[in-house]
Ligand binder design. Structure first.
Ligand SMILES: [Zn+2]
Ligand SMILES: [Zn+2]
Length: 455
């Protein structure tokens, strides 16, 4: 028996413990469904070909377990057709699993975060069932799912779908296991600890995550680099990142994911999507690396490390902790200008060595290019020199960003780059519009010219 039934045609979950099946919007739902199921029964339709499946543990594990309905002593009941499905419900949660649930909640609590086990979050007409849900900072919700060696691997179907559904509904999935085979799956962000008995998991002592967390090693692709260039054989001069395994304490993982200082990332290498947890600082730096000037990194709310505040005086106390960044704000459209006015910007100077010496440089100020006067132009592509200069400046600013290690310096340089990138974007738009050219093609030709003549 189970209390939650999935109606595969209506695509809703039915909670048999509630009179209205938790669907007040459909009066008479039980009568309809029960009568239909009885009718199927009288017609000899097999249970597996009817409408109902287990919506509880079976569905959570990705198993389609057919059910039928009955009334027993005035109570509504849903019954599994197969014994093996029924047994999935009666298998008690292992002591190790319970110990993990308690440990997660205790670690969260010590970090000032709340949480609960076996949480059901309503999502439209269905629910998300979370093993242990931690309520983190800034509305962040971490959904811990503990899958230990005690269950067999067939029970792990549907991980990607469950994790994806949680993520789509604002719950960051965090799947933890003690089994190597699970940890090597890349269907979600798995973490793994060694296999330990419940009394050790429950204790306050060190509990380590031995896989799933990575430290990103940022390096410059020059002749002194330790790693081969991921793009080819030769040294490309750019910055790259290499993810290196690093142990982390389980309790720290619980608290830092709640705080947002450890975050999930994923990236594709060949056909595989890799999923790791990294620090938010590493994630930000990776964003810098992966972005280019049409996909700028998300703008970040930063707090200056020292010195005067860039912000105007305010009577509101800052809500963000003084040393940590707030959550990244969504991508800002390129037309929206960032707040740059009060910031001592480094001038986004063009890289001198890439400017062809026989051409005059045009000041990059946008206002000066408004007049449609004859412009100096590249002789082969016909692109105006000022566009070339702006693109060189943006590329130089990006290159410099990739060379910086210091967090604060990178914040400053990121702004400089963003400004330079927006300048070239605006100029390309203006030029293409004036000349009635395809903007995308202008941009592609410009980049081709600048990036291939520079190397
Ligand atoms: Zn079931
Ligand atoms: Zn390289």
């Amino acid at each position: 028996m189970a209390n939650v039934v999935w109606h595969k045609h209506f695509r809703i979950l039915l909670d048999l413990t509630r009179d209205d099946l938790d669907h007040p919007e459909f009066p008479g739902l039980w009568d309809l469904i029960y009568a239909t199921d009885r009718f199927y029964g009288r017609r000899g339709v097999p249970v597996s070909e009817r409408d109902l499946q287990c919506g509880g543990v079976c569905r959570d594990m990705g198993v389609e377990a057919p059910m039928h309905l009955r009334m027993r002593g005035g109570r509504r009941e849903a019954v599994h057709e197969r014994r093996e499905d029924e047994e999935r419900h009666t298998a008690p949660m292992s002591d190790e699993h319970k110990a993990y649930q308690e440990r997660i909640l205790r670690a969260a609590h010590e970090g000032g975060f709340g949480g609960d086990s076996e949480v059901r979050t309503r999502v439209g007409r269905t629910w998300i069932q979370t093993d242990t849900l931690v309520e983190g900072a800034d509305g962040r919700r971490i959904g811990w799912e503990v899958q230990l060696s005690t269950i067999d691997e067939r029970g792990l179907r549907g991980v990607r779908a469950r994790a994806g559904k949680a993520a789509k509904n604002g719950i960051t999935p965090a799947w933890h296991t003690d089994r190597l085979a699970y940890a090597q799956r890349n269907d979600t962000h798995w973490t793994r600890s060694d296999r330990l008995p419940a009394h050790l998991i429950a204790r306050n002592g060190d509990l380590r995550i031995v896989s799933g967390f990575r430290a990103l090693d940022f390096w410059h692709c020059d002749t002194s680099a330790l790693y081969p260039c991921p793009h080819g054989i030769r040294r490309c001069g750019k910055a790259h990142a290499t993810a290196k395994p690093r142990d982390v304490f389980f309790d720290d993982m619980v608290r830092q994911t709640a705080a947002g200082t450890i975050v999930p990332i994923q990236f594709r290498a060949g056909k595989t999507v890799h999923r790791y947890w990294v620090t938010s600082a590493d994630r930000d730096r990776l964003d810098d690396l992966d972005s280019d000037d049409i996909r700028l990194p998300p703008e970040r709310e930063t707090t200056p490390a020292t010195g005067a505040s860039r912000n105007r005086p305010t009577c509101q106390p800052a809500t963000a902790p003084p040393t940590e960044q707030g959550p990244p704000t969504p991508d800002v459209p390129l037309t929206a200008r960032p707040l740059l006015t009060a910031l001592p910007l480094q001038p986004a100077a063009p890289a001198a060595e890439t400017v062809p010496s026989d051409r005059e440089t045009v000041p990059p100020a946008l206002e000066q290019r408004e007049t449609p006067t004859p412009q100096a132009a590249d002789t082969t592509t016909g692109l105006p020199t000022d566009l070339i200069t702006l693109q060189q400046a943006a590329d130089a600013a990006h290159h410099k960003l990739q060379q910086l290690d210091d967090h604060h310096e990178r914040d400053l340089q990121r702004r400089a780059w963003r400004q330079a990138a927006e300048a070239v974007q605006d100029a390309v738009t203006h030029y293409a519009r004036t000349k009635r050219l395809n903007r995308y093609e202008v941009e592609a030709r410009l980049r081709q010219l600048v990036r291939h003549s520079a190397r």
